[in-house]
Design a protein around this ligand. Structure first.
Ligand code: NAD
Ligand code: UGA
Length: 451
């Protein structure tokens, strides 16, 4: 039985390995992490992350051919193939601070493989990394004096949170880059258990590393493009949802990923674009760097613009006003709040001395952590109707589908008048809300106001 190890039991390592174990009963899959609490949670009834469908997969495999463990040395010794899925955040210190990827976790992982391995291994880059990281990884691993050989393969992950299990089961493509055909094929054989061969793309190492950054950059660029046009729509009377629906019908443009909103969040888009920007600067391409950096700038502009709209609609002051924030996660169907636009919006509102009431179906624990150092009046509400009681404004921050089914007549009754509704996701029907009595401010559309 081949033994697969994944180092890093996070949003990627946890679900990806669960699906591999489920689809490949002939493989033994172990996931390790330096965070013992996280491993304990993976072994408990309350998994450390919320992801639709994940629990059922873990329950089926855990203890059978899927193991979560803190014994990193033992797991490294036993493994044939090691996936590295540790975090690669933006560097916050020293050279490249604010842009470059912080590769200390990757290097520490390489050094623990170096220390504990006693046989040849395939090492798979699952984390998102700057192009040419495999070269550094190979140098560290081949500094061993025992003659051990490590074949490095790049296999970036394209899953999106909230749909991770679906994405893993039915990927558009699996990308495997490497130097040695044999190593590429061994990794391809894992996926070939359930992914059609024509969806398994193989490339050289550097193309694979770079493709991951480029894919995220292109996706984020679409959102920033649409959000930039939403600002123009608000000035001209065009409606962004109509514009994207019509433009997206062109099969060369396509309808997906054109939804205007308060901007993209999540742990990766911003960090990966900044990483790309840093790489371009490093390789002496300032024009290319500036081109991609604008995607992030436009995203920040959109969140600031949204708070600006709220302030001017509410007579230029929100001091002492209660504002109900519906949604704190960076997108629906996840409890993850990393880089959620809700964080920046809430902080700006608190600076304006608003009193905020936050409701989210899955993300309240993370919201408490994100705002723990923020001064001001914050209440976390399990019940959305509690959040809106006595509120001057309601803000839709996350596109949770169940927000569509709330009783807005009841909400309107409970709110102060005039009752403002700012829909940061264009999730609700503005006409219907307007008829109830709200002053409605969608993104990229004319506001519907009563006087
Ligand atoms: P995460 O922070 O949720 O998980 C990373 C885990 O690695 C943590 O639990 C951490 O304790 C562990 N770790 C760090 N150093 C370690 C070490 N030396 N030994 C053992 N464990 C160690 O991060 P994530 O969201 O799973 O992302 C992991 C990588 O995958 C990143 O490079 C990210 O860019 C990429 N990625 C993320 C997503 C996503 O949706 N979150 C999607 C595709 C790719
Ligand atoms: C994204 C990519 O979609 C994945 O392919 C990639 O693997 C992953 O990043 C990663 O590398 O971490 P994720 O961040 O989980 O996945 O979620 P997305 O669905 O891409 O949404 C990102 C943000 O963009 C969210 O805040 C979402 O609300 C926003 N978004 C998305 C829009 O504002 N409009 C859209 O049309 C789509």
């Amino acid at each position: 039985m081949k033994r697969i190890l994944c180092i890093g039991a996070g949003y990627v390592g946890g679900p990806t390995m669960a699906v591999i174990a489920d689809q490949c009963p002939d493989l033994t899959v172990t996931v390790v992490d330096i965070n013992a609490q996280r491993i304990a949670a993976w072994n408990s009834d309350k998994l450390p992350i919320y992801e639709p469908g994940l629990e059922a997969v873990v329950r089926r495999c855990r203890g059978r051919n899927l193991f979560y463990s803190t014994d990193i040395p033992g797991a490294i010794k036993a493994a044939d193939i090691i996936f590295v899925s540790v975090n690669t955040p933006t560097k916050t210190f020293g050279a490249g601070a604010g842009k470059a990827a912080d590769l200390q976790y990757l290097e520490k992982t390489a050094r623990s493989i170096l220390e504990h391995a006693d046989s040849d291994k395939i090492v798979v880059e699952k984390s998102t990394l700057p192009v040419r990281t495999a070269q550094a990884l190979s140098r560290v691993l081949h500094s061993n004096t025992r003659g051990l050989k490590f074949r490095i393969v790049s296999n970036p992950e394209f899953l999106a949170e909230g749909t991770a299990i679906e994405d893993l089961l039915h990927p558009d493509r699996v990308l495997i880059g490497g130097m040695e055909e044999s190593a590429i094929e061994e990794v391809a054989q894992i996926y070939a258990h359930w992914v059609p061969r024509e969806r398994i793309i193989t490339t050289n190492l550097w193309s694979s590393e770079l493709t991951k950054l480029v894919s995220n950059a292109l996706l984020a660029q679409r959102i920033s493009s649409v959000n930039s046009i939403s600002a123009l729509c608000e000035k001209t009377g065009a409606n962004i949802d109509e514009v994207t629906r019509a433009a997206g019908r062109d099969s060369r443009i396509g309808p997906k990923f054109l939804k205007a909103g308060i901007g993209f969040g999540g742990s990766c888009f911003k960090k990966d674009i900044l990483n790309l920007v840093y790489l371009c600067e490093h390789y002496g391409l300032p024009e290319v760097a500036a081109y991609w950096e604008q995607v992030v700038r436009m995203n920040d502009f959109q969140a600031r613009r949204f708070v600006g709209t709220m302030l001017s609609a509410m007579f230029n002051t929100v001091a002492d006003k209660k504002i109900a924030i519906l949604g704190f996660a960076f997108k629906a169907d996840t409890g993850d709040t990393r880089e959620s636009p809700a964080i920046a919006v809430c902080r700006q509102l608190l600076e304006e001395r608003a009193r905020i009431r936050i409701h989210d179906p899955q993300a309240l624990d993370n919201a408490r952590i994100d705002l723990k150092d923020a001064a001001g009046d914050i209440t976390y509400c399990e019940d959305p109707y509690e959040a809106v009681a006595g509120a001057h404004a309601l803000v839709i921050m996350t596109d949770w589908k169940n927000f569509r089914d709330l009783d807005y007549e009841r909400i309107f009754e409970r709110m102060e008048k005039p009752a403002f509704l700012f829909d940061g996701r264009n999730l609700l029907d503005p006409e219907k809300l307007f008829r109830i009595g709200f002053h409605v401010y969608p993104i990229g559309q004319k506001p519907l106001t009563h006087f």
